[in-house]
Design a protein around this ligand. Structure first.
Ligand code: CP
Length: 314
């Protein structure tokens, strides 16, 4: 494997998930693989889990790690070809990507959606430009439209916890005071389409995800109906795709203990960070069926598997 840009870069999902679970049992088993190799982590947005788990994954493989926060520290980048650079941007992606490729063996990038122009965000200008001009593999640490490291983590976590071959998995929208991208939800949907799962999405009218991603996944606009008999409840806010970037803060959609009682003692999942008592009540997040901390722990093994595959292919 060269780049890990989306869930579609996973060639054999069951094998990947099983290999990650084996890595988790012995994380240092391949600590020779990254010897004298360097990963560069470039952040255009904040992070806790992605930053630390990807570093941890690289260290477990014996790699050196360099981290750079681009916003406020790096030169502002120009992405358009042939442009006269007499405005704000100081450096063109063509040089930046090639220069970083001199210092690193693998590059990982986080660059969120701006949520101002849907067509621009869905072009994935930042990630795709780095992939075009870098001469080393590129890993997506959450781009404008996808978070495939999170989705691989979620597949690992569901596999570890499922009690039946084909669990019922519900992706439920929940309220949030700020406009959030659709990236986590998009990649989770793509992942569930590839897993053996009875998968349903529930959200208010007007918060449909892109139809080219959801395809024929059933959508239930009645949250309580969707939650019935669920084995896993995956909760996430996203801003509107159709009325692009519109905030959704309807508290009727907050996840409560009462709603979780409708499920089959479902495991509660969230990618974190989560706003307590806005997205989900304390009682659910702190309850015995919440697996969010274990889910966050699995970020390391998802990243480690992806880096291992890249290093093995080099
Ligand atoms: N889930 C996730 O990507 O967390 P961070 O934004 O903290 O990296």
């Amino acid at each position: 494997m060269n780049n890990y840009f989306s869930v579609q870069d996973i060639d054999a999902l069951n094998d990947w998930v099983n290999e990650a679970i084996v890595l988790k049992k012995n994380p240092l088993s391949h600590n020779y693989l990254g010897k004298n190799k360097t990963i560069g982590l470039l952040f255009f947005n904040p992070s806790l889990r992605t930053r630390l788990s990807t570093q941890k994954a690289a260290l477990n493989l014996g790699m050196n790690v360099m981290v750079m926060n681009f916003t406020g520290e790096g030169w502002s980048l120009e992405y358009e070809d042939g442009v006269v650079m007499d405005q704000g941007n100081s450096e063109h992606i063509k040089e930046a990507a090639q220069v970083v490729s001199q210092y690193c063996d693998v590059l990982a990038i986080r660059a969120f959606a701006k949520l101002e122009d849907r067509e621009e965000d869905y072009k994935e200008k930042v990630l795709k430009s780095f992939i075009e001009y870098a001469t080393i593999p590129v890993v997506n640490m959450e781009s404008a439209t996808g978070h495939p490291l999170q989705a691989l983590t979620d597949a690992i976590t569901i596999t570890e916890h499922k009690k039946v071959r084909k669990p019922k998995v519900v992706l439920s929208w929940a309220p949030h005071p700020k406009a959030l991208p659709q990236a986590v939800a998009n990649s989770f949907v793509e992942m569930m389409q590839r897993m053996e799962a009875d998968f349903v999405i529930t959200h208010p009218v007007g918060f449909e995800l892109a139809s080219q991603i959801t395809k024929d996944v059933p959508i239930d606009y009645n949250q309580e109906n969707a939650l019935k008999d669920a084995d896993f409840v995956y909760v996430k806010n996203w801003s509107s795709y159709s009325d692009y970037g519109q905030i959704g803060s309807d508290q009727q959609w907050r996840i409560t203990e009462g709603k979780m009682k409708l499920t089959n003692q479902a495991k509660f999942m969230h990618c974190l960070p989560v706003r307590r008592n806005v997205v989900v009540d304390d009682a659910v997040l702190d309850g015995e069926h919440s697996i969010v901390i274990e889910q966050a722990n699995n970020r390391t093994y998802a990243a480690q598997l992806v880096l291992k595959k890249i290093l093995e292919a080099k």
